[in-house]
Design a binder for this molecule. Sequence first.
Ligand SMILES: Cc1cc2nc3c(=O)[nH]c(=O)nc-3n(C[C@H](O)[C@H](O)[C@H](O)COP(=O)(O)OP(=O)(O)OC[C@H]3O[C@@H](n4cnc5c(N)ncnc54)[C@H](O)[C@@H]3O)c2cc1C
Length: 463
Amino acid sequence: MGHKKSISCKQTKTCRREFLLGLGIVSAGGAFAANSCGASKSMESVQNLKADVLVVGGGTAGTIAAIQAARLGAQTVLVEAGSQLGGTTTTAGVDYPGLFHAWGNQVIAGIGWELVTKTVELNSDRLPDFKKKNPSESHSKKQVRISGGLYAALAEEACLQAGVQLRYYEFPISVEQGTDNWKVRLAGKGIQVDVDVSQIIDCTGNASVVGMIGLPRMREDTIQPGTLIYSLDGYDMGHLDFKTLGDKYAEALKNGHLLQGDMLHGVRGFLASHAGNAMHVANADSSSSETHTKTNIHGRQSLLRVMRFLKGQPGFEKLRIARLQAETGVRETFRIVGETMITVDDYTRGRVFDDAIAHSFYPIDLHDADGVKPKPLAEGIVPTIPLGSLIPKGSRNLMVAGRCLSSDRLANSALRVQASCMAMGQAAGATAALAAKSGETPLNVSLSEIRKTLKEFGAIVPA
Ligand SMILES: Cc1cc2nc3c(=O)[nH]c(=O)nc-3n(C[C@H](O)[C@H](O)[C@H](O)COP(=O)(O)OP(=O)(O)OC[C@H]3O[C@@H](n4cnc5c(N)ncnc54)[C@H](O)[C@@H]3O)c2cc1C
């Protein structure tokens, strides 16, 4: 493996320079004219890349996986179908990652924590008081409020500084396994890219690569609802007639002007939280462009119903949107069948797996049509994540990180949260880089080497 922090384009050094020029990392010099790498001047061009690690999906987990792999010197390509990094944290607006702390102590750190704290600092925000131990206090008080857009910018900067080749607006259309490499074809806007790579980390949230190569995935008949995050403003709770509003709300539900899920917690609860996270999109599914399109349309249609309903009621003459995310957040689609499956019993009793590589900490948090009643963990419990839950059973040179890890449904409802996804991402990035270097498949990489590496890069590894 060429252990250099560089972009690995098979064409020429000029081509690499053009890529960097496009990113503004190097300045244009006279000798390097546009299109000098030999790619077609037409919109359709074909490019070949060779890399050590390909991370598919630049969301909560994938961003961290790519930074870790590249910081270890692996030639790393990060392909993201959207326009920015961060996924659910940024594009879906779940900009309150949790939980890095358990029972007053930090249990998850590393690259995710580094980016989260940088975002807080640069935006003059404040971290919660993690030391304050009040068992009755909601877990949400210990989540870190960040600016999603700023996090995306800082994550992008960290990727570029580490030498990650970022590829937005692209996604794999074929994945074939060779003896000790993968041939992945990416499609993008006006471009097709063929990548020859040693290790893949599937961070799509949907285990899409795992599905493409035909390895088994699990999925519930009815998945948890999603949420389009938005905020409403321009009304005064103290001047609303909730009796009349409640009657009008019931009437609107009856005549179909509003649908169940448009306003959670009743009209008062919904308005008190200014919408925020208080709506549900049934069957929200991001696992294909078709279902994802429907999910986003349903989220926005709900918003329009709510605004039109409220605008017709007294006290909402100045109603306005203060914030509206570009995508509906999706809680659940596919999970892999991994070498190890984390059960809810493992999670709630804080099982320390032999191959534990990270902690996780969150209540069991399964949403249904009525909302969610989080079930906190018993005092002192800190669950762990085994390496085997990130490795699809029967696979070679392939890992996942993020919400699609191998776990039963209830365990997954807690494992899917962001600090845990970031910790998984870092562990998968380190393991894939070490695997590419040694020529081993991730399952055979020395566990002590993985743990030592993670600690060197600031992560907390279960004792
Ligand atoms: C409404 C809602 C509220 C939540 N509340 C909390 C909370 O309070 N605290 C908390 O910590 N967590 C919360 N979560 C959970 C958490 O945010 C997610 O489970 C987590 O962010 C998922 O991370 P991920 O990396 O697995 O996926 P994502 O962050 O969704 O990233 C997946 C990325 O892959 C990209 N992608 C997908 N397919 C492809 C492809 N084929 N090719 C290229 N790119 C692709 C996507 O564009 C995306 O950027 C919430 C989730 C939702 C939806």
